[in-house]
Design a protein around this ligand. Structure first.
Ligand SMILES: [Zn+2]
Length: 301
C-alpha cells in the first residue's frame, strides 16, 4: 500500500521528535499528527534547531511551530495537537493511527502510550537518545515496553536529566527509515542502538515476557494517575486530562495574562503556564509548590 494511506502519530516534538518529524515530512505519508503540550523556550533552541526562528516572547506550542514549518509545500497533511498525553487521553489521541512514534522520553508517558497501543493493536515505535547513543524499538506482536519495564524497573533513565544534545542527523534518518520500512514489512522486532561515537549499530532481540500484564496477560491496571507527566529540575509538567475554563479560574488572578487558550502567571523568575486543555507547565517551582498550587487552585477551586 502506498504511504499516503497511512496515519503517523508522533508524540513528543522535542530534540528527537522534531528532527524525526522533519525527516519523515517528505516521505509521502498521508497524515502526520504531532502531539506535544510543551511550548518553545529559548533553551530549546540550543538543541532543537528547527525552533530557532520561533519568537518566544509569547507562548508558542512546539506542535504548532513544527506543523507550520513542515506543512509548507508538503503533500503530507500535518496536524498539530498541543496536549500532553496522559492516562485518560491516550486512547482517544492515538485512535485511527497506523503507527505511533513515541519520543516522550519519560517512563510514565511511555507506559501509558504502550498500554493504549497494545490494547488497540496499533504498532508503536519508541526511541530515545543519550550522550553516547540512540535507541529505537518497534512494538508490534513481540515484547512491549512494559515487558522491558518489568525487568528493568528503576534502571530506565528519564530523558530530562541528560544534558541537552543535538541529535545526529543519521540517527533521526534511521528512525524515519524504520517507520517507513515497517509498512513494507521489512522491520524485525529488535532493539536497535546506534553509537554516536563510532557509528556502530547493534541489534538485540527482546523476548516477550509471559507474565507481562499488558501484552501477555491482558490484565491492564490503571497506571499511576496523579496527573504529573514529568518532574524535572527546570520544569514540572502536569495534566488534568480535561478541558478547563481559564477565565473562570484565573480571570481575576494578579499578574495573569489569558490569550488564545493559554494563561501565563508570572511571579519574579517563576512562571506557570496553563492551557485550556488542562495542561500545566511550572517553571522555577519546586514539586511541593506545584502540588500546592494544583490542589488549591485546580482541585480546590
Ligand atoms: Zn509486554
Amino acid at each position: 500500500m502506498p504511504l499516503n494511506n497511512f496515519v503517523l502519530t508522533v508524540i513528543g516534538a522535542g530534540a528527537l521528535g522534531s528532527e524525526v518529524l522533519q525527516k519523515i515530512s517528505g516521505r509521502g505519508f498521508g497524515v502526520v499528527r504531532a502531539i506535544d503540550g510543551d511550548i518553545v523556550t529559548e533553551k530549546n533552541k540550543l538543541n532543537q534547531p528547527l525552533y530557532s526562528g520561533v519568537d518566544t516572547s509569547n507562548p508558542v506550542y512546539k506542535s504548532d511551530a513544527i506543523v507550520s514549518l513542515l506543512s509548507n509545500g508538503s503533500k503530507t497533511n500535518f496536524v498539530s495537537v498541543p496536549e500532553y498525553v496522559g492516562e485518560k487521553r491516550a486512547s482517544s489521541l492515538i485512535e485511527g493511527s497506523s503507527m505511533v512514534l513515541d519520543f516522550t522520553d519519560n517512563t510514565f508517558s511511555r507506559l501509558v502510550i504502550n498500554q493504549a497501543c497494545v490494547e488497540k493493536g496499533i504498532p508503536l515505535l519508541i526511541a530515545s537518545v543519550n550522550e553516547k547513543e540512540g535507541f529505537y524499538y518497534i512494538i508490534d506482536k513481540g515484547a512491549c515496553f512494559n515487558c522491558l519495564y518489568r525487568n528493568l524497573s528503576g534502571k530506565i533513565k528519564e530523558g530530562c536529566y541528560g544534558a541537552p544534545l543535538h541529535v545526529p542527523d543519521n540517527f533521526s534518518s534511521m528512525i524515519a527509515d524504520a517507520a517507513e520500512s515497517f509498512f513494507s514489512g521489512a522491520v524485525e522486532g529488535d532493539w536497535v542502538s546506534s553509537s554516536f561515537t563510532d557509528g556502530r549499530v547493534t541489534k538485540t532481540a527482546i523476548k516477550k515476557d509471559g507474565m507481562c500484564e499488558v501484552c501477555s496477560l491482558h490484565e491492564h491496571k490503571p497506571i499511576k494517575a496523579d496527573g504529573f507527566i514529568q518532574i524535572c529540575g527546570d520544569g514540572i509538567k502536569f495534566s488534568l486530562q480535561r478541558d478547563i475554563n481559564l477565565k473562570t479560574l484565573f480571570g481575576d488572578e494578579p499578574g495573569a495574562i489569558i490569550e488564545n487558550g493559554i494563561c501565563v502567571i508570572k511571579s519574579g523568575t517563576k512562571s506557570i503556564l496553563l492551557s485550556s486543555a488542562g495542561d500545566v507547565l511550572f517553571t522555577g517551582y519546586s514539586e511541593q509548590e506545584a502540588r500546592k498550587f494544583i490542589s488549591e487552585r485546580l482541585f480546590g477551586a
